[in-house]
Design a protein around this ligand. Structure first.
Ligand SMILES: NC(=O)C1=CN([C@@H]2O[C@H](COP(=O)(O)OP(=O)(O)OC[C@H]3O[C@@H](n4cnc5c(N)ncnc54)[C@H](OP(=O)(O)O)[C@@H]3O)[C@@H](O)[C@H]2O)C=CC1
Ligand SMILES: O=C(O)CCC(=O)C(=O)O
Ligand SMILES: [Mg+2]
Length: 418
């Protein structure tokens, strides 16, 4: 399609998706990217530098990404108009080019615009938020055995209270909802029904099963030994409790899992390796303790949207913080990679923060594209830079004898260590 403000690189070609969801990746793929608000201006150029260097080194010029800037957030309001935060053509570009990456986008608390990050996920039905958490040797950690932390979170990305179905206290709309709940649904347990905000938490069988399916498939493809369903189903029986039930049901119906000791845990053999995969569940509050005390017992985690948001940052803290925790938002045919952290406004434009999160998100993107040699070089470069204790402020303040680098310098250090 013709774009208004997006310049499609003349020297690039599209990545296309086959019926079986595999990708056709040309040697010069066009990859859309959103720079991002706040520290986006720092981490995005650092990421592009590292990716271009890794690709050049891995393929000696026979492959190269044609970067294509697309807009959302504050930059979109400058390029389009003051009310355009997420242009329709940005969504179109991600659909058309299938694989992209984004920096963080600001969401005001309370009033103001709703989250653009959530809007992107919902508009493109990016129902999986995949956030791997692993430790790099030498990274400062608050726990004794950070090498035991090796998990991959599958966070449901399209439902739960993130759906944004909520009404503000004191409005005629919320009064109408409360009246309906009391008079037509027989609800008696709204403690203070005056000046009370109401939010709705949709959780469906279809939404749950498509997420858990991807988590179990990941465990099969990566030879992992367990998938843990994390929920607060003791309290929210028909949403989080149903998530757990549907998760177990899917494991039995689609993967042939059999109950262990009468259930609810169940198990099946990985069809590729013959190794056992256990499907289990943990209640969310206990899980936040488990990941600190017994991280080695968890591999793949499948959970709802809000639990996944909390778990992502908590787990990231165990392996160096959100400055280094990567992620991907996935539908069946569009993938947008993004950092776990936000816009950290107090550091914006200072060339200071850790670009590791976005760089490792790009590493996931290269693997998704099948460019594993370039992805491996990024891991090697990251290990080398951290091993040499040449790091950004967040690691330097916790590491003895480290040299403090700027954001762009850390990217250069990764390149130098490839
Ligand atoms: N996907 C997205 O785009 C996301 C967007 N957001 C949005 O970002 C905005 C700010 O949110 P906030 O809650 O402050 O969370 P942030 O993730 O932006 O920052 C919180 C703290 O985390 C540390 N941190 C974050 N990024 C880095 C980095 N790259 N390197 C090193 N340290 C880092 C800093 O800690 P310290 O102060 O200790 O140095 C920072 O103060 C909000 O508008 C929020 O909605 C939030 C999360 C995700
Ligand atoms: O959209 C936002 O502002 C926050 C999102 C977030 O915290 C996350 O995706 O981890
Ligand atoms: Mg978050």
């Amino acid at each position: 399609m013709g774009y208004q403000h997006i310049n499609v690189p003349a020297h690039g070609e599209k990545i296309t998706v086959n019926a079986d969801l595999s990708l056709n990746v040309p040697d010069n793929p066009i990859v859309p990217y959103i720079e991002g608000d706040g520290i986006g201006i720092d981490v995005t150029p650092a990421m592009i530098n590292v990716v271009d260097s890794a690709v050049q080194k891995a393929y000696s010029g026979s492959k190269k990404i044609a970067w294509m800037e697309v807009y959302s957030g504050e930059k979109a309001t400058q390029v389009y108009d003051e009310n355009t935060w997420l242009p329709e053509e940005t969504l179109e570009a991600f659909k058309e080019f299938a694989v992209g990456i984004k920096g963080p986008l600001t969401t005001p608390v309370g009033g103001g615009i709703r989250s653009l990050n959530v809007a992107l996920r919902q508009e493109l039905d990016l129902y999986v938020c995949q956030r791997p958490v692993r430790w790099f040797t030498g990274v400062p950690s608050p726990i004794k055995n950070p090498q035991d932390v090796d998990m991959c979170i599958f966070r449901e990305n399209s439902e739960d209270i993130y759906a944004g179905v909520e009404w503000k206290a004191g409005t005629p709309e919320v009064d109408k909802v409360i009246k309906f709940l009391k008079e037509e649904m027989g609800v008696t347990k709204i403690r203070f029904d005056e000046n009370c905000g109401i939010g709705v938490k949709p959780v469906s069988e279809e939404g749950t099963k498509r997420l858990v399916r991807r988590a179990i498939q990941y465990a099969i493809d990566n030879d992992k030994s367990s998938v843990t369903l994390v929920h607060k189903g003791n309290i929210m029986k028909y949403t989080e409790g149903a998530f757990k039930e549907w998760g177990y049901e899917l494991a039995q119906q689609e993967f042939g899992a059999k109950l262990l000791d009468g259930g609810p845990w169940c198990t099946f053999k990985n069809p590729n390796t013959g190794r056992e995969i256990i499907i289990k569940d943990v209640i969310a509050d206990a899980m936040l303790q488990q990941i600190l005390l017994r991280p080695a017992e968890y591999d793949v985690i499948a959970t709802l949207n809000l639990n996944g948001d909390y778990l992502s940052d908590a787990l990231a803290a165990e392996v160096g913080g959100i400055g280094i925790a990567p992620g991907a938002n996935l539908s069946d045919n569009v993938a947008i990679f993004e950092a776990t952290h936000g816009t950290a406004p107090k550091y914006a434009g200072q060339d200071k923060v850790n670009p590791g999160s976005l760089i490792l998100s790009a590493e996931m993107m290269l693997r998704h594209m099948g460019w594993t040699e370039a992805a491996d070089l990024i891991i090697k470069g990251m290990e080398g830079a951290i091993g040499a204790k040449t790091v950004t402020y967040d690691f330097e303040r916790l590491m003895e004898g480290a040299s403090l680098l700027k954001c762009s310098e850390f990217a250069d250090a990764i390149v130098a260590n490839m």
